[in-house]
Design a protein around this ligand. Structure first.
Ligand code: GLP
Length: 257
């Protein structure tokens, strides 16, 4: 039975990010106390930056990431790791360079894999998730067109890690960072919707007024491939952590108790 994600409205991006960081901290430390690992699915974009700042802060205050394994949602195809816009670069700059996660526990799709090896690379990524025991908590952002990871409008719900072509809205949104739309990579590797739906818990973050319309649609009953975030209605443990601007179009009375 489809079920709407639970909706949590916060006054600011910082308060939402602190709440999620505290949940992640609890997960990581309770697993460590039991001698177990915690598996996180991570996202890029401007949205999770305050979350990563908060996780770095928790680390400075004593939280160890020695038992953490991570899988990133996606990566642009054709970018070297050292490229400033690569997600490898983003994740190291904002998080991994500042915490004690063992480098071998970090998994980010490799944007430099040759075309003939891409299928194998995507399969290896899926297999690594399974070997790690599956994702405990997947962090998501959302594109203005409703994409999650790089699962663009039209994506099917069963698909696993794969190569995809970026949609025109996604390219337009990335154009500024790449100094023009012509420099935005045309393709990316992304976890599929099926991969995301296998995570045991999903938290989607959305901040700012540009996300208000798509948040309203994602929280309206009705699943459509045109808005991939609506596939989250197929999962029974999804929370949306939204700031006041991104939640501006939501009428609380329209949501289930
Ligand atoms: C990119 C990423 C998505 C992210 C989206 C939103 O397209 N592949 O995972 O959610 O951007 O970015 P922002 O958080 O900057 O709005």
């Amino acid at each position: 039975m489809p079920k709407l994600p639970s909706y949590h409205l916060f006054p600011t991006a910082e308060t939402a990010s602190k709440t999620l960081a505290a949940e992640i901290g609890e997960l990581v430390s309770s697993r460590a106390a039991a001698g177990q690992s915690a598996v996180l699915g991570l996202a890029t974009g401007s949205t999770p930056i305050p979350l990563y700042e908060e996780l770095v802060c928790l680390h400075r205050n004593g939280l160890s990431f020695a038992n953490v394994t991570t899988f990133n949602l996606d990566e642009y195809l054709g970018l070297e790791r050292k490229h400033e816009e690569s997600y490898w670069h983003f994740m190291h700059t904002h998080l991994f360079d500042h915490i004690n996660i063992p480098p071998g526990n970090i998994h980010i799709p490799d944007g430099t894999v040759a075309d003939e090896n891409l299928q194998g690379h995507c399969l290896d990524f899926e297999n690594a998730i399974v070997r790690a025991g599956g994702i405990d908590l997947q962090v998501l952002g959302i594109g203005r067109n409703g994409h999650i990871g790089f699962n663009e409008p039209g994506a099917s719900p069963e698909v696993r890690t794969h190569v995809t072509s970026l949609n025109e809205v996604t390219i337009a949104d990335a154009a500024e960072s790449f100094d023009g739309p012509q420099n935005v990579p045309a393709r990316a590797i992304t976890m599929g919707v099926g991969t995301i739906l296998d995570a045991r818990r999903v938290v989607l973050l959305a901040f700012g007024g540009s996300k208000a319309g798509i948040i309203k649609r994602a929280l309206t009953p009705g699943i459509t491939s045109e808005v991939p975030a609506t596939y989250l209605q197929l999962h029974d443990n999804v929370s949306f952590f939204v700031d006041a601007d991104a939640g501006a179009a939501i009428e609380p009375s329209s949501l289930p108790e």
